[in-house]
Design a protein around this ligand. Structure first.
Ligand code: SF4
Ligand code: FES
Length: 233
């Protein structure tokens, strides 16, 4: 397979054919933020914070999914790119609870994103906490719809397909099929989705409740009560 040579931020770089602009930029140690990208998954190219400017391209392109081409001239930190990233982080922070996503918050700060840019009255994503299995909780108020958990559960890792997208537009969210509780889904509790989640929407159950102030005895008591309740059904 032949190599391709392109220019990124004024520096020439040669990468293998099929490499993405993100991989080429990282080869030059240029810092590009990513949120939905995971190095072991197919890039879903959903969050767009990795956008870069490619000369002669009308629109900004997602560097995590755009394949490098010979002769491309790319700018990873032009004023247009920086502004786009700032606005994208502001939109994300305005709709989603990022309190359990310190890495995303740090990236947003780097671009000077204002958390309340769109005002405090803006509609935020709100979902009940799903605490329906012994191993992990699902707190979709913190979900940024990055798709990583779906990829981990599906074709990129586990081939279990317990979760997918439900709803549309602003109400789109991750769910089990038909919204059934996790124990009634095809979930095998592999934990790959929890590992892949960058926002804290999926968390190990014990760690989550201990962070909320429950100690191990209380947690065991709650879990035992749940088991007893379930055994009555
Ligand atoms: S639950 Fe986590 S991994 Fe899944 S889409 Fe939401 S933020 Fe991404
Ligand atoms: S990291 Fe590229 S679109 Fe999300």
């Amino acid at each position: 397979m032949s190599d391709v040579t392109l220019t990124i931020d004024g520096q020439s770089v040669t990468v293998s054919q099929g490499a993405t602009l993100l991989q080429a930029a990282r080869q030059l140690r240029q810092d590009i933020p990513t949120v939905c990208y995971h190095p072991h998954f197919t890039p879903p190219a959903l969050c767009r914070v990795c956008v870069v400017e490619v000369e002669k391209s009308r629109v900004l392109v997602q560097s995590c999914s755009r394949v490098a081409e010979a002769g491309m001239v790319v700018h990873t930190a032009s004023p247009r790119v920086q502004l786009a990233r700032k606005v994208l982080f502001e939109m994300l922070a305005s709709a989603v609870d990022l309190s359990a996503a310190p890495e995303i918050q740090a990236q947003a700060e780097t671009y000077g994103a204002e958390r309340d840019r769109y005002g405090k009255g803006v509609k935020r994503r709100a979902f009940p906490l799903f605490d329906d299995n012994p191993f992990y909780i699902r707190d979709y108020a913190k979900c940024i719809m990055c798709w990583r958990c779906v990829q981990a559960c599906g074709e990129d890792v586990q081939y279990t397909f317990a979760i997918y997208r439900a709803g549309r537009g602003f109400d789109a969210h991750i769910s089990t099929f038909e919204g059934v509780p996790i124990p009634e889904s095809t979930c095998v509790y592999c934990g790959n989705c929890v590992q892949a989640c960058p926002s804290g929407a999926l968390q190990p159950r014990r760690a989550y409740w201990m962070e909320q102030g429950l100690d191990l005895k209380e947690l065991a008591r709650v879990s035992n009560l749940e088991q007893k309740e379930k055994s009555k059904l």
